[in-house]
Design a binder for this molecule. Structure first.
Ligand code: AMP
Length: 139
């Protein structure tokens, strides 16, 4: 059983902030900022792209609700809402989870963004590959 399934079953302790029949939100044990929360579906799925549209929509209803509470409850100036998908993105726990990270002016946290540029027709080519791969909702 994965670590987050063990949290769902109660085998591993967690500090919960929200729970309903299908979803759980709890405190991240290694917070980027204090108040960093994870929102998960109780049903095991490895990554976000393994969810159906409906499951993803239900997850995001909870993410929206908890995000508002983190911002209001902690008086955060902003939030980062992040989902890592796959090892290459930095995902370490292979049970879908959404990070909600409270952000404060001058909190000193910097994500390592970079800004590449496209050559010639490259942007359009990338866009076309994505467009061709979009499938209808198959829920
Ligand atoms: P990710 O890199 O997106 O897979 O993030 C996994 C997150 O899970 C990290 O931020 C960890 O600090 C967090 N984490 C791992 N184990 C636990 C645990 N037992 N309780 C709470 N958070 C955890």
């Amino acid at each position: 059983m994965c670590v987050f399934c063990k949290i769902v079953s109660g085998e591993i302790p967690s500090v919960k902030v929200y729970e309903d029949e299908g979803f759980l939100a709890f405190m991240d044990i290694g917070p980027v900022n204090k108040g960093h929360v994870l929102v998960i579906p109780k049903k095991h799925a490895e990554t976000f792209v393994d969810l159906t549209e409906e499951e993803a929509a239900e997850l995001f209803k909870r993410v929206n609700r908890i995000a508002k509470a983190v911002k209001l409850g902690l008086g955060a100036d902003g939030l980062n809402i992040i989902i890592n998908v796959g090892k290459a993105s930095g995902q370490e726990v292979f049970h879908v989870h959404t990070h909600i990270i409270p952000r404060f002016e001058n909190d000193g946290m910097k994500f390592g963004w970079r800004k590449l540029s496209y050559n010639d027709n490259e942007m359009e080519e990338y866009a076309e590959r994505i467009r061709k791969a979009i499938t209808p909702n198959d829920d």
